[in-house]
Ligand binder design. Structure first.
Ligand code: GLC
Length: 542
């Protein structure tokens, strides 16, 4: 039996990308007042918590993952008083708040980095980051061969000749976690947000924070073990300290890691009882729409979590990956984050059908579940954004070879027949069509607005609402265990209690439903007690 305050074990958590959620002040950029104006929508959807992508003061070189002040709200989004109000108002509706903490790097506009630049080579100010002289006769070559995750070298040279490390964009200098002040500062930032009512934090790039101070070249071929900047053992001490901070609160606060690690055992080490509480399950997100591979992914996920006692998480989408209906609408439905490509033939109707089934599948699995804003509307990836509006450094650092992630960050369509579809309104709440949303929305999104889908009983939005309602009411759902039931190879079938089962048909032909008393919910219309292709159903067992 788990403690009542362990809400995160079975929660449905909704990711808000503030910039693209709702704009209340009419400037084309989402803001906190916009979120506050839509809290009722989120309560009616039935989510338990909101995770806000970074809302801090930032030059927005990477959509806010370049933080200039971890304690201030970006002026485009609002101010600290509004954030506190939002946290309180959400809680009044039974919704907790999770903030995004970015420990691996700061913005190049963070006061620490500015001081480090001014102070010059050899100064203590530079030790909070990774400054090094270059290689070659006049130091014109980077200190090692590490590459930025966004393309190009992971080093940038400053005018005095030294180089600094940035595993992401040049505007995101990596912090030195060997430095006691870096560790102390982040613990204080955690307390700052916990004191303001945050129920937990999402830890950005959680497996990459600690570096080998020798900064060795990466050998070509196989990844070295230990790796100089990935999943290093010392990282676990950081999260043990954070856990103590989280546990010093009543109720304890939750730590949720963004841990991209293919090895389930290495992954589970982050979830030991004195470290992070949960971490995103990217194995599930990256798994193709294939029954055998999904069964294997689900089983190995649960097997890896079991020894550490942590609940699994189920994630289909976030602000970094191609939207679900587009991914599932492709013949090769695997993941295309690293080699994201546009222009691949996509059958959106098929993708939508599968996304509906995937929603019922993921909401029935044991543990917590994440929804990324717009997933409940079945928004597709926008793959034809004009080049001049693209903001993502991934696009720019690869000279467009990688289309970047803006296609999944296009502002939400709320209502009406033309862009900005109620995303942008004046302070008085009147639609203001004079202002464009910061990224243009496709005209076809008139079909996908919250308003349209609310009025359509068969919409994906109403499927999510019904499923989340049932998930709360059904004692077997959320945290707990599952049992695979016998099924054909192209079918996934499992029970969550003596009386509840989920069945999903990923094959090309209809299959008979297992013996049941009642169909509680299905992702498509069922005929003759059969489950059509790419359909899932929740069943009451006899
Ligand atoms: C994480 C974020 C991503 C960001 C990166 C650098 O992967 O999810 O959006 O670009 O970290 O902070």
């Amino acid at each position: 039996m788990h403690r009542l305050d362990e809400w995160w074990r079975g929660a449905a958590i909704y990711q808000v990308y503030v910039r693209s959620f709702a704009d209340a002040n009419g400037d084309g950029v989402g803001d906190l007042a916009g979120v506050r104006s839509r809290l009722r929508y989120l309560a009616e959807l039935g989510v338990d918590a909101l995770w806000f992508s970074p809302w801090y003061a930032s030059p927005m070189a990477d959509g806010g993952y370049d933080v200039a002040d971890y304690r201030a709200i970006h002026p485009h989004f609002g101010d600290l008083a509004q954030a506190e109000q939002l946290i309180a108002e959400a809680l009044d509706l039974g919704i907790r708040t999770i903030v995004d903490i970015v420990p691996n790097h700061a913005s190049d506009q963070h006061p620490w980095f500015r001081r480090a630049l001014e102070a010059g080579p050899g100064s203590p100010e530079r030790e909070r980051f990774w400054f090094r002289p270059g290689r070659g006769p006049d130091g014109h070559l980077p200190p090692n061969n590490w590459q930025s995750q966004f393309g190009g070298a992971a080093w940038t040279r400053v005018p005095d000749g030294e180089w600094y490390l940035h595993r992401f964009a040049a505007a995101q200098p990596d912090l030195n976690w060997q430095h006691p002040e870096v560790r102390r500062e982040h613990e204080e930032v955690l307390r700052f947000w916990f004191d303001r009512g945050a129920a937990g934090v999402r830890v950005d790039s959680a497996a990459e924070v600690v570096k080998d101070p020798a900064l060795p070249d990466l050998p070509s071929g196989r990844a070295p073990d230990p790796h100089p900047y990935f999943d290093r053992d010392e990282i676990h001490d950081v999260y043990r300290d954070w856990r103590k901070v989280a546990e010093s609160y009543t109720p304890p606060r939750a730590l949720i890691g963004e841990v991209w690690l293919p090895d389930p055992e290495r992954f589970a080490r982050y979830l030991r009882p004195d470290e992070l509480h949960t971490a995103f399950n990217f194995g599930f997100l990256t798994c193709p729409w294939d029954a055998g591979r999904l069964r294997e992914t689900i089983s190995s996920t649960l097997a890896a979590h079991q020894p550490v006692g942590a609940p699994a998480t189920w994630v289909l989408a976030n602000h970094d990956v191609t939207r679900t209906v587009t991914r599932y609408g492709r013949a090769e439905t695997g993941f295309d984050f690293a080699a994201k490509a546009h222009g691949i033939p996509t059958d959106l109707a098929l993708g939508r059908r599968r996304a509906r089934a995937a929603a019922l599948l993921s909401l029935a699995l044991p543990g917590s579940v994440y929804l990324y804003q717009g997933e409940e509307l079945g928004l597709p990836e926008v793959e034809d954004l004009p080049v001049d509006v693209i903001d993502d450094p991934m696009f720019h650092r690869t000279a467009g070879a990688d289309p970047g992630r803006d296609g999944c960050r296009v502002p939400l369509p709320w209502g009406g027949g033309t862009a900005p579809f109620g995303f942008t309104s004046t302070a008085a709440g009147a639609p203001d069509t004079a202002v464009d949303a910061w990224l243009p929305q496709p005209s076809q999104w008139s079909e996908l607005t919250v308003e349209r889908q609310s009025a359509d009983p068969a919409s994906l939005l109403n499927l999510y609402r019904a499923a989340l309602r049932l998930r709360h009411a059904e004692p077997g759902l959320g945290d707990g265990t599952m049992t695979w039931l016998p099924s054909a190879p192209q079918v996934l079938c499992f029970s969550r209690s003596a009386t509840f089962a989920c069945v999903a048909n990923l094959g090309g032909v209809p299959v008979d439903l297992p013996v049941h008393r009642e169909v509680l919910l299905s992702s498509a219309v069922l005929m003759d007690h059969q489950l059509p292709p790419d359909t899932a159903a929740w069943l009451r067992l006899p």
